[in-house]
Write a protein that binds this ligand. Structure first.
Ligand code: HEM
Length: 408
């Protein structure tokens, strides 16, 4: 193998020969000063490149390379389309499952999948790792002061109210009832019609519609009817759902910019994806605000959705309530639908697991004396240990939230 040292030795020999010749007065014109400087700079760059390449390939054999000036940016760009797989491959190869990444300027960070580091960051020293400017910068336009883009007291207050409210029986019943209705009145009839008409369906899209209807109901008791369909299984469109998806996707794309000033530039000139983002955020926010204002002026105190709970138990402005609700919809939307999609995809190739789940459902049905078309309730769900384990395995294999970002 050629090492940087042997190349250096070879080059100095080459140089030495020519300098000696020059001393003899033979190559005086050929070896002018600019050519010498150019040559030296080229050699130094090559050496630096080989040195860093060797270092990252041999000292820490992860496959990720650190180049002068641009750092790990080339490998990032090459693997941007398969970011999660690439990072996982790199982290597995490192003995501490931890790597340093670096871009141009002072951009850089540590990526870790080491359980001890994760515990240190997310649990024991949580206060030391806020979201920071970089993350809030990206998320603020869409999520404002919501739970994903806030730190400190603001985050704590939302977290406390949310966990308190989510543990209440009344909210649990509301969630159960909402989900049951969506299953009984839309999901099952849709699947039955598609089966009868022999229609090919995109199951992931169906689950996205299913969870969006559910999460909007839980958040602010609004039904976008996204899983609404006609006799030929044609699904409805929902301007709110479309605007929400655009806003969420374009906001997430901002994290994938190797040079973040580029999205800021697009935002400044209101062009391309940033123009769509601005329009989508405005649609989502206007819609949420209308619901919040009408709820504030409503005399009906029966509502048990999250919005009503936040209105009663906190003293937040309408804008902050809007941000809180939008953040909850974002949190519940694709996480649940992608879990369902992966779960059924895995199940489709595991008939023995499917059989065990069906037998468990039948046994719970018998135990609680349920009819064949009735939907299970919360207490019955708690009896389904095997189903729980199977869903947990799908989450382990295909986690919908595979990573998190913190600052120091
Ligand atoms: C399979 C479904 C879900 C998975 C796998 C999941 C996973 C996660 C993970 C890993 C986080 C931590 C993110 C971070 O700290 O950066 C998180 C946060 C959160 N999730 Fe979920 N989630 C799911 C469903 C939901 C649903 C249905 C809701 C509510 C409707 C929800 C509400 C939240 C909220 C509010 C946070 C922020 C908590 C905080 O910052 O303290 N999630 N979720």
């Amino acid at each position: 193998m050629i090492s940087p040292l042997s190349i250096l030795r070879g080059l100095t020999n080459y140089f030495h020969i020519h300098v000696v010749s020059r001393e003899r007065g033979r190559y005086m014109e050929f070896f002018c000063l600019p050519a010498l400087i150019f040559f030296l700079l080229s050699v130094l760059s090559l050496l630096l490149f080989l040195h860093t390449k060797n270092q990252s390939n041999h000292c820490i054999p992860t496959g990720i390379r650190t180049y002068p000036v641009v750092g790990t940016l080339p490998d990032f760009l090459k693997n941007r389309h398969r970011f999660l797989e690439w990072v996982t491959e790199v982290l597995i190869k490192h003995p501490a499952n931890t790597i340093a990444v670096r871009g141009p300027g002072d951009v850089g960070g540590i990526v870790t999948a080491n359980p001890m580091n994760v515990e240190h960051i997310l649990k024991t020293n949580f206060e030391n790792y806020p979201k920071g400017d970089w993350i809030t910068d990206v998320l603020h336009d869409f999520l404002g002061g919501g739970i994903f883009s806030s730190d400190g007291e603001m985050w704590k207050a939302q977290r406390k109210t949310a966990s308190f409210e989510f543990s209440k029986r009344s909210l649990r019943n509301f969630v159960m009832e909402t989900v049951q209705q969506e299953i009984q009145n839309r999901l099952i009839p849709f699947l039955q019609t598609a089966t009868k008409t022999n229609k090919t369906i995109d199951l992931q899209d169906i689950f996205e519609r299913f969870t969006f209807d559910n999460v909007c109901m839980v958040a602010f008791n609004y039904d976008p009817k996204f899983l609404f369909f006609d006799d030929s299984c044609n699904l409805s469109s929902s301007p709110f759902a479309l605007a929400f998806a655009n806003a969420a996707n374009i906001t997430a794309e901002r994290f994938r910019y190797a040079l973040p000033f580029l999205w800021k530039l697009k935002k400044h000139f209101n062009i391309g994806s940033e123009a769509i983002l601005k329009q989508s955020i405005s649609t989502v926010r206007d819609f949420a605000m209308k619901i919040i204002r009408s709820r504030r002026s409503s005399t009906n105190k029966e509502n048990t959705d999250l919005l009503s709970r936040f209105i009663i138990s906190t003293n937040n402005s309408d804008e902050l309530l809007r941000d809180i609700i939008i953040s909850f919809i974002l949190a519940g939307r694709e996480t649940t639908s992608s879990t369902l999609a992966w779960f059924f995809w895995l199940l489709s190739s595991k008939p023995q697991v499917e059989g065990k789940i069906i037998r468990e459902l039948e046994s719970v049905r018998t135990q609680f004396q349920k009819g064949p078309s009735e939907v299970f309730d919360y207490q019955e769900l708690q009896e389904m240990e095997y189903l729980h384990a199977a869903v947990s395995e799908a989450l382990r294999l295909y986690p919908p939230v595979a990573g998190g970002l913190e600052s120091v």
